[in-house]
Design a binder for this molecule. Structure first.
Ligand SMILES: Cc1cc2nc3c(=O)[nH]c(=O)nc-3n(C[C@H](O)[C@H](O)[C@H](O)COP(=O)(O)O)c2cc1C
Length: 282
């Protein structure tokens, strides 16, 4: 009982640092795994355990799916040479020579917003999938993919595996689409590296802002978050110091992400890429 309470206290301390913490969580094994989440970027070379991928995909398929249309796919990249090629291609879009967590992870998953099956079924009946021309169709598939991937991530973490989402796949989306033969009416939402965490090189969970920043009651509060920024900066600074990361404020990071086109790293023309893949986003 004491051990459990200590574990819960540690999880909340890591998630919120010295900020205000929720007091009345309903703990269970799923919630414990969710609160212990951290992106893993250092992997052991061992393959995934037998059945792990199938379990992740079953969990992914069990997520809610808009109108029960199942508009997502996932490609598991098991060919080492292909994985290296994908990693090298992405590395050319960012200021680094290599992306070790893609190279090291035994499995790379490419999560695909996928309207191609719906399009094929529709065309087989002699009709055009005109609804796919709208932004909402793209968003529906993207949301489906995200929910599926997060379910898979949680399943992986429940098996003691680690994951990191890889938005950088979109930096080179068109090239990687050609490598893996992605059909029209599909688009990469993100990748995901999966494997056994190398426990000798692990980070700790990253702090989040207090709940009141994200949780609004009945009416959106546009100003409330400002009073919480200093305490979040403290938690963010403590996390970075603990990880020997260079000092940097969270608001500086936000500002840079909103103003630096370098941050886009090849994604500035995403609309053109998506359109070229047959999704017109009107
Ligand atoms: C959609 C999405 C894309 C991401 N892309 C990358 C990425 O390309 N490279 C990376 O190292 N981390 C990536 N991440 C991981 C985030 O950096 C990470 O989730 C965030 O810093 C919070 O840290 P935590 O996951 O350890 O809590 C991505 C996360 C999400 C949700």
């Amino acid at each position: 009982m004491h051990d459990q309470t200590d574990r819960h206290t540690t999880l909340l301390d890591q998630r919120y640092g010295n900020q205000e913490k929720p007091q009345n969580l309903v703990w269970n094994p799923v919630v414990e795994i969710q609160l212990a989440h951290k992106s893993v970027r250092t992997f052991l070379p061992e393959a995934l355990p037998e059945g792990a991928l199938e379990t992740m995909v079953a969990a992914a398929q069990s997520a809610s799916t808009g109108s029960a249309l199942h508009q997502w796919s996932v490609i598991t990249v098991t060919d080492g040479a292909l994985k290296q090629r994908i990693s090298d291609t992405i590395a050319r879009t960012v200021p680094t020579d290599r992306i070790p967590w893609i190279e090291e992870a035994p499995t790379l998953l490419l999560w695909v917003a996928d309207l191609s099956r719906s399009a094929a079924i529709t065309r087989e009946r002699g009709a055009e999938p005109v609804v796919h021309d709208y932004l909402d169709a793209f968003l529906m598939a993207t949301v489906d993919t995200s929910l599926a991937a997060q379910n898979a991530a949680l399943a992986a973490e429940s098996m003691g595996l680690g994951i990191v989402f890889l938005g950088v796949v979109r930096n080179a989306a068109q090239e990687i689409a050609e490598f893996v033969g992605l059909p029209p009416h599909t688009f990469f939402t993100f990748g995901m590296a999966v494997g056994h965490p190398d426990q000798s090189r692990q980070s700790v969970p990253r702090p989040r802002p207090p709940q009141s920043v994200m949780l609004h009651e009945n009416r959106y509060d546009s100003e409330g978050f400002k009073a919480k920024l200093d305490s979040y900066e403290d938690a963010y600074r403590a996390f970075r110091e603990g990880q020997n990361m260079r000092p940097r404020s969270w608001q500086d990071a936000v500002h840079e992400s909103a103003t630096s086109m370098a941050y886009m790293s090849g994604r500035a023309d995403l609309r053109d890429m998506v359109t070229a893949r047959g999704l017109t986003l009107r």
